[in-house]
Design a protein around this ligand. Structure first.
Ligand code: HEC
Length: 573
């Protein structure tokens, strides 16, 4: 079962050919089973589905904006491609949680997402599927989706055969910080008060591990509802409290401590920092709110590894501060002085590629300056329609706007003001929220390195029997500092660990491009080697004829590291 764009394909593993009897000639469109409102909306999947009996349950990636399709969880029959069941993550009238969104949110055109994109876990013996979900769209302003917003940002326990809800826990209420649950949960057995308990552990971007009895959903360490700051943007109503586990302590820093000792513009950074909001769960603001751990966690999509019988969780994390800055959405009058292409750019592209089109390469958003020298119009059109990697598609933009947008990007647009009829096409069909985020910006020093004190990446082993740490180490080196002989600053990392019964932990993930083997009992580095490209992926391990291997995919477009496209496999001695 393999995805390309919006399609899920069934491929014959022996021949590579589509299996014609599945869906429509071998594929189904992942819009299948969604309501009419999702028809033209962006849907792809970059995450493997979860198989249970003859069902596959599919993670999907949607827009992060108000134009997101609803993130209903759907299971398909693996033989026929037929829809088997649907769970509405934005509830319908009469369903549990309906009143946690404004009336009729499920059918309007501006409340979507609450999707699973991180993948899931299944307890095969009990037939329970564990589904972590992301925030509702728009990620950063919820004035149009007032309420607690169930089942966004939830760990859902569903009956794997029917999709019926067994229990749920919401890890961020009314999310306005993009605190999606970023990784599949880990199924693990722990001992609490002398009793063995089958548990499910969920890591988060915030740095918390949420641990539950797998059957009842009861938290195994108490989780407190703690009051959080309420000074919000116009029209926004933040939720009054957020859930904070009493144990384990967070595995990533949540409060900025000091400026990095390697920063050359310390005073400037300190002064800047003072202008920001810095409390945990401080609402988005126009002056800037520090998001620590950053928009990509804390934990991210590589997920955690678990020693399922000993009850130990291994999690790598980022400790990067990002700055969430909001601004008033320019109204049509403010944009009306612009030609259509530029105006379209300001409406849909500016948040990631910036007002000057320079992007933010440190955060993975490429510059579009002089794009015409690098890419064809065909290519750019395809990007706009289909998206790629972290970029959503914008297929819904009208033909006229798209044409003008491409002209603008290729610096061919005349400076003529958009006609009134074009103004209508821009806003038709789309709700304009009063605020938008100005970009995915990290808090960096004058040389582009993280501006807060290291470590910037960590690896932790947490004993979920006791809630205490077995060990915690800075993970990786920052390449620019390593050149000067400065080691162990920890580096940003994407991609999880794998642990073995024999006591090893394998991990790539770090920006420095290394593949490392640690002793899982004490965090001691046993072996490391340089990969052909940094591997932002979780390794897989397998055995053939009694010999064990570990393989990792090298490459990806994160963190500005050189690109690559190799699988590298190692044999264990
Ligand atoms: C949510 C953030 C986001 C938004 C909004 C966004 N992009 Fe992107 N864009 C990206 C990212 C991330 C990439 C890099 C994708 C990759 O290569 O994996 C990218 C890549 C591109 C590229 C390819 C650049 C190259 O050098 O090959 C083009 C062209 C582009 N975007 C155009 C647009 C246009 C036009 C819009 C508005 C309609 C837009 N983008 C909106 C995030 C975004």
């Amino acid at each position: 079962m393999h995805t390309i764009g919006p399609n899920l394909w069934a491929i014959d593993a022996r021949t590579g050919k589509p299996i014609e009897s599945f869906g429509d000639g071998g594929k189904i469109d992942l819009h299948k089973g969604l309501p009419e409102v999702a028809k033209d909306k962006f849907i792809i999947s970059n995450t493997p589905g979860t198989i249970f009996e003859d069902l596959i349950v599919m993670p999907v990636r949607l827009s992060e904006g108000a134009d997101a399709a609803p993130g209903d969880i759907r299971a398909f029959n693996v033989i026929t491609g037929e829809l088997a069941w649907t769970f509405h993550t934005i509830p319908y009238p009469g369903e549990f949680g309906y009143e946690t969104f404004p009336k009729d949110a499920y059918l309007n055109n501006y409340t979507g997402a609450a999707n699973n994109w991180a993948g899931m876990a299944v307890d095969r013996k009990r037939g329970i599927l564990y589904v972590p979900t992301g925030s509702a769209g728009y990620d950063f302003y919820g004035g149009n989706r007032k309420g607690q917003n169930l089942f966004a940002n939830c760990l859902l326990a569903l009956d794997a055969r029917t999709g019926k809800r067994i229990w749920h826990f919401q890890t961020t209420h009314h999310d306005i910080w993009d605190r999606d649950l970023p990784a599949p949960p880990n199924l693990i057995t722990v001992e609490h008060n002398g009793k063995k308990i089958d548990a499910v552990a969920q890591v988060s971007k915030q740095g918390y591990v949420f641990l539950f009895d797998r059957v009842t959903g009861k938290p195994l360490f108490p989780i407190k509802e703690v009051p959080v700051p309420q000074n919000a943007l116009r029209g926004e109503v933040p939720w009054k409290t957020q859930p904070i586990p009493t144990k384990p302590a967070p595995y990533a820093r949540q409060k900025d401590t000091d400026i990095s000792p390697y920063a050359e513009n310390r005073e400037e950074l300190l002064a800047k920092l003072k202008t920001y909001r810095r409390q945990l769960y401080a609402p988005p603001s126009t002056e800037g709110t520090v998001i620590l751990p950053g928009f990509d966690g804390g934990a991210e999509w590589g997920g955690a590894a678990a020693d399922p019988h000993k009850g130990i969780l291994y999690v790598n994390a980022n400790e990067m501060a990002w700055i969430q800055t909001m601004k008033e959405t320019p109204n049509d009058a403010a944009l009306s002085g612009l030609p259509l292409g530029e105006k379209t750019y300001m409406n849909y592209c500016v948040a990631c590629h910036g007002p000057d089109r320079k992007g933010n390469t440190a955060s993975g958003y490429p510059s579009l300056v002089d794009i015409g020298q690098k890419r064809s119009k065909l290519y750019v059109n395809a990007m706009i329609n289909n998206g790629k990697g972290m970029m959503p598609g914008f297929n819904f933009i009208s033909k006229e706007e798209k044409q003008a947008l491409v002209q603008f990007l290729f610096d061919e647009e005349k400076k003529e003001v958009a006609s009134t009829s074009s103004n209508r096409t821009v806003t038709s069909n789309r709700i304009k929220l009063p605020f938008q985020m100005t970009g995915y910006n990290k808090f960096l020093d004058s040389k582009g390195l993280p501006a807060i004190t290291p470590p910037w990446g960590t690896l932790s082993a947490i004993d979920l029997n006791t809630g205490e740490y077995l060990w915690k180490i800075p993970f990786g080196h920052e390449p620019a500092l390593l050149e000067k002989g400065i080691k162990n600053t920890g580096s940003e990392n994407y991609g999880g660990p794998v642990v073995t019964a024999s006591g090893l932990l394998f991990i790539a993930a770090s920006k420095d491009g290394m593949f490392r083997v640690f002793d899982k009992n004490n965090g001691k580095l046993l072996w490391e080697t340089k990969l052909p490209a940094a591997a932002f992926a979780t390794p897989a391990t397998y055995e053939i004829n009694g010999k064990q291997f570990v393989v990792v995919a090298c490459g990806g477009t994160k963190l500005g590291t050189p690109k690559g496209n190799k699988y590298v496999a190692f044999a264990l001695p």
